[in-house]
Design a protein around this ligand. Structure first.
Ligand code: ATP
Length: 372
């Protein structure tokens, strides 16, 4: 852990007229962590990133980097570097000059800044192209130059705004590996804004899920994926079915909930729940099995098959259960083809009670639909 690059965000808000772009956010990012901020368009990710970089000033609240209050510190003096979405390279300068530019502004001598720029280009494996101008590079190469240019100031924190969005799928996966490698070599904090769930899950030590200017959950990727805090996080991160029920009975270590179709579900203890209360819970799509509709059982839901998609490593079966959202099961390929289904069939999706996960947060917004 590197305390110099730890970030503490305390009660930070940013208002643009009546728009509360960021609303009283509290967040700690450990020094040397790879943090991914994710959320639908307009949720405040970029605004938060720009406030950490010093390109925006919070309307209220405090930002500390390495324990030092930088809320109103100048952009260049707080130990951060921002890599822009469009790379913002100078078209008429070669790569060495592009990378060295910020040192020139700081008055570093020609020889020193050239050496430093070449060292950075080497780090991103572009030294052999040092004399080219940006238009002679591929998109992936331009992005590496932008990275080298951000890193030349020796930042404690590197901020990346949608760094992979302009690249094609192949390059995106390649650069993802590259970013992770760089971050662990440098040992500094990376904060990476993304729209893409798999990107956040693959890269981050800490995933920060935002919605409407607030953080709904900040935790490890496994925690966010397996134990989403709210219906919103469960839906946004994907791979889950979100259900709602009314508390039927509260027993020791066990809460029984009745869902819309009268089925009983066995949940762990719901703190403070009383009979009649509404409870949201989720079950992962890959924890579900299908049986015939006739077998009424606990921890299940009846539905009609509306779509079947073979996905190579699993089969995705979508059910209409009378709810607004489809209920989806990811089935083992061998098991599925031993008893294939057809669209229009009435089935029952069932799962082990241990897979019922309680969603505590009240945020029921659907955010942006998950890609798949
Ligand atoms: P995207 O993923 O589309 O980039 P985002 O999550 O990064 O979105 P922000 O750019 O932080 O969202 O914007 C948050 C909210 O603040 C939006 O409603 C946006 O319209 C508003 N906003 C951002 N910058 C300004 C500005 N300079 N003036 C007025 N409103 C702004």
């Amino acid at each position: 852990m590197n305390d110099q690059s730890r970030i503490d965000i305390r009660k930070v808000s940013k208002l643009y007229g009546p728009v509360r772009a960021v609303n009283s956010v509290d967040l700690t990012i450990e020094g040397g962590a790879y943090c991914c901020m994710i959320g639908p368009s307009g949720c405040g990710k970029t605004t938060l990133l720009r406030m950490i970089a010093g390109h925006e000033t919070p309307s209220s609240g405090t930002i500390l980097i390495g324990g030092e209050d930088v809320t109103r510190a100048r952009t260049g003096s707080r130990g951060t570097a921002l890599m822009f979405q469009n790379y913002a390279l100078f078209p008429h300068l070669n790569l060495t000059e592009n990378v060295a530019f910020s040192l020139k502004v700081r008055g570093v001598s020609t020889a020193e800044r050239r050496d430093k720029a070449r060292e950075m280009l080497d780090r991103v494996q572009l030294l052999h192209l040092a004399e080219r101008v940006p238009s002679e590079l591929s998109g992936g190469q331009q992005q590496r130059v932008a990275l080298a240019r951000a890193l030349i100031t020796n930042p404690k924190v590197l901020l990346l705004d949608e760094p992979l969005s302009a690249l094609d799928e192949f390059l995106r996966l390649k650069m993802r590996v590259e970013l992770k490698r760089l971050q662990s070599e440098l040992g500094i904090t990376f904060i990476h804004v993304t729209h893409t769930q798999p990107e956040a899950i693959a890269l981050a030590d800490q995933v920060v899920v935002m919605d409407h200017g607030v953080i709904d959950q900040a935790a490890s990727p496994r925690e966010v994926y397996n134990h989403p805090y709210s219906p919103y996080v469960a839906r946004f991160m994907g791979g889950q079915n979100v259900l709602t029920g009314k508390v039927e009975s509260v027993e020791r270590g066990h809460t029984v909930v009745r869902s819309h179709d009268g089925t009983m579900h066995d949940l762990p203890t719901v703190e403070g729940a009383k009979p009649g209360d509404t409870v949201n819970f989720s079950v992962r799509r890959d924890r579900v099995d299908l049986s015939s509709d006739a077998e009424v059982m606990r921890n299940s839901i009846a539905g009609t098959v509306v779509n079947i998609e073979y996905q190579g490593t699993f089969v995705k079966v979508a059910l209409d259960t009378g709810l607004r959202e489809e209920f989806v099961a990811y089935l083992d390929v061998d098991k599925y083809f031993a008893a294939p289904r057809e669209v229009g069939m009435k089935v029952r999706a069932a799962w082990d009670a241990k897979y019922n996960h309680i969603l505590l947060g009240q945020n029921n917004s659907t955010g942006t639909p998950h890609e798949d």
